[in-house]
Design a protein around this ligand. Structure first.
Ligand code: HEM
Length: 104
C-alpha cells in the first residue's frame, strides 16, 4: 500500500484487499472511509462493485428482513470497559432482546 505505483515492491505484495472487520461497526459511525454515511442502512445500501450482490440481497428482503439485518449490525458493538449490561443499545443503555417480543 505504501510502495510507489507500478513498482516491484508494490507487486511483491499479495494484491489482496482485506475489508475491515464488521465487529464493532455499531460503535464506529459515521461509516466508510469518507464518513459520508451516518446510518448502517446507508452503509449497506452503498455497496457496489464486488459487493453489489450484498446490496441487492439486502434490497430483496422485505422490510422486516432488512430491519433484522440492521438490528444484527447494531448488535456488533464493543462496549467500553466497565459496561455493566451484556445487551445494550447504541448509547450503552440496557435493552431487552429480542427487540420485537414474540419474534424469536
Ligand atoms: C451483507 C453483507 C455486508 C454487510 C452487512 C456489510 C456491511 C458493511 C458496513 C456496515 C460497512 C461500514 C463499516 C465502517 O465504515 O465502519 C461496510 C464497509 C465496507 N464493505 Fe461491506 N458489508 C457487506 C458485504 C460486503 C462485501 C461482499 C464486500 C466486498 C466484496 C464489502 C466491502 C466493503 C468495503 C470495501 C467497505 C469499506 C468501504 C469504505 O470505507 O469506503 N462488504 N460494509
Amino acid at each position: 500500500m505504501h510502495a510507489a505505483g507500478g513498482s516491484a515492491a508494490l507487486r511483491a505484495d499479495n494484491a489482496r484487499f482485506v475489508t475491515k472487520k464488521l465487529w464493532g461497526c455499531a460503535n464506529e459511525a459515521p461509516y466508510f472511509h469518507h464518513g459520508r454515511f451516518t446510518t448502517l442502512r446507508e452503509a449497506v445500501l452503498n455497496h457496489f462493485g464486488e459487493a453489489d450482490a450484498s446490496r441487492l440481497g439486502f434490497l430483496a428482503l422485505d422490510s422486516y428482513g432488512r430491519d433484522c439485518v440492521i438490528e444484527f449490525l447494531k448488535s456488533l458493538q464493543i462496549p467500553p470497559p466497565g459496561t455493566e449490561h451484556r445487551i445494550v443499545d447504541e448509547r450503552m443503555k440496557p435493552r431487552s432482546w429480542p427487540p420485537f417480543p414474540g419474534t424469536n
